[in-house]
Design a protein around this ligand. Structure first.
Ligand SMILES: Cc1cc2nc3c(=O)[nH]c(=O)nc-3n(C[C@H](O)[C@H](O)[C@H](O)COP(=O)(O)OP(=O)(O)OC[C@H]3O[C@@H](n4cnc5c(N)ncnc54)[C@H](O)[C@@H]3O)c2cc1C
Length: 284
């Protein structure tokens, strides 16, 4: 599988990236780790006459934790997420999730920005960012703007980002309480059949706050306010967990594919969420 011919650019500044995007419009695309884009180009599912490599652009690699706010540069890799001790203390759900993405070789290259920007329903970071109520920071010809992760995804591969904008970072408050990222997949290295990101805080033995997002169960990640609401004020017993799972099932819309029929996916989604809730509550 060989991609169609393309011009390769390796700019050093964001200004140059945006200038190339503006010059070539739809014909230009940025590349981060290339672990989704290059396979799509090889399969001829993406036609990219002008490929802009972000690897040499300054300022996209940092992980910052300050005043309870966490910022991840777009070019931070999944390997970086796993191996940053400060981040693992401040937001351990990121490490738990990143360890379930693909395999070490892919995680050396796959980036936060690429995973969040891609818009593939199977990517794990978008649901995670919705669970954490992250802001997605973009830059383009008109300057910088932020979009809430919960408003960012419009349809499969369609997001709020304009063609001439680049994702520079994601940021969110350090989460409180317990966490779990639970993922059901067919084999190591596979995308999720279903995955659940859960953050729960406790007060007097009851759920005080909860946030729940599901992956690969719709054409966009699903942040389920109803699933979280079903837990608030409960002791997270079996009835509460079942009510939460039932509420989540009202928000997802899976379709049949080689990971199974709709009924199977809904069953797996409920089991996956129940496990994640129980683990997050235990840890809270
Ligand atoms: C075998 C295999 C298994 C995998 N399994 C999983 C899995 O289980 N879960 C999972 O979540 N992922 C999985 N991935 C995907 C991988 O983890 C990467 O996260 C993914 O490829 C996106 O990151 P990237 O840096 O490679 O992006 P790229 O492939 O470089 O880019 C992806 C898309 O995002 C755009 N883009 C990239 N960076 C930016 C930016 N800063 N601003 C604007 N647009 C941008 C590109 O133009 C492109 O459209 C797998 C990949 C492989 C090859």
């Amino acid at each position: 599988m060989i991609p169609a011919a393309f011009d390769y650019y390796r700019p050093k500044t964001m200004g140059d990236v945006i200038a190339i995007l503006q010059e070539h419009g739809d014909d230009a695309r940025v590349m981060a780790g290339g672990h989704s884009l290059i396979p799509m180009m090889k399969l001829r599912m993406a036609d990219v006459p002008h490929l802009i490599d972000l690897q040499a652009v300054d300022g996209l690699n940092g992980i910052t934790i300050a005043g309870g706010r966490i910022t991840l540069g777009a070019m931070v890799t999944q390997h970086d997420l796993i191996n940053n001790d400060g981040l693992s203390n401040a937001a351990p759900i990121l490490r738990e999730a990143a360890l379930q993405i693909a395999d070490p070789q892919v995680r050396y290259m796959g980036t936060v920005g690429g995973n969040v920007a891609n818009g593939d329903p199977g990517n794990d970071m978008p649901g995670l960012m919705q669970c954490l109520d992250a802001q997605i920071n973009l830059i383009g010809p008109e300057g910088e703007r932020s979009v809430a992760a919960r408003d960012y995804y419009e349809a499969a591969y369609m997001t709020a980002r304009e063609d001439d904008e680049v994702l520079v970072s994601v940021e969110f408050n350090a989460p409180i309480g317990g966490f779990a990222y639970e993922k059901q997949k067919r084999k190591i290295g596979d995308y999720a059949t279903a995955a659940a990101a859960v953050q729960i805080s406790k007060s007097d033995g009851k759920v005080a706050t909860a946030s729940i997002a599901m992956t690969n169960l719709s054409d966009v990640p699903v942040w389920s306010d109803a699933a979280a609401a079903a837990l608030i004020g409960t002791a997270c017993d079996v009835d509460a967990i079942n009510a939460s799972a039932a509420a989540m099932l009202g928000d997802i819309d899976p379709s049949e594919d080689n990971r199974g029929p709709v009924a199977f996916k809904r069953h797996v989604a409920a089991v996956t969420l129940a496990r994640a809730i129980a683990r997050a509550f235990d840890r809270a």
